[in-house]
Design a protein around this ligand. Sequence first.
Ligand code: ZN
Length: 187
Amino acid sequence: MAIKKVVKYGEPSLREPSKEVHKVSRKITDLVQDLFDTMYTYNGVGLAAPQIGVNLRVYVIDASTKDHPMKPMVFINPKIIKKSGAIVEDEGCLSFPEAYTAVKRYKNVTVKALDINGKPFILEAKDGCLLARAVQHEYDHLDGILFIDHCVNRFETDEVLAKHHLPPIDEDRLIVDTVLEEELEND
Ligand code: ZN
């Protein structure tokens, strides 16, 4: 299919909520192929449709590592139905080239979605693995939420953003998740 331009932080469409997919049509399977082509070209772990300028609730993930191969996955109309535990890890995003910062995430998530054939599936990702974090990161993109909104230290994150010539944090968007904060304290 095609390698698309990745929407960069600062462009308003990254902050727009995406719409549900009504039917897994040819248009959607083409979109999924574009997402994979673009993600692999830029060495991403995941890519959400709004990052290539399409505000639909679709993302792809390939959380393979050298020691742990996994099959590429497609998530259409995903819903995170369970989350628990907490973890702090550095994260990056193809919409923020070269910029990494520590963010707070749930350790375990259960997500329900449709696959490329429009068939529902449920996936459990545990122990703060790459897949568990990617599921949350990409899911957020569908609601216009970005990883920096979950940062541990906003001042450090602003420094990283400035260094990479990206706009600063939007203070009003910083997420305060009291459940997650509690999990972090108990960990
Ligand atoms: Zn991202």
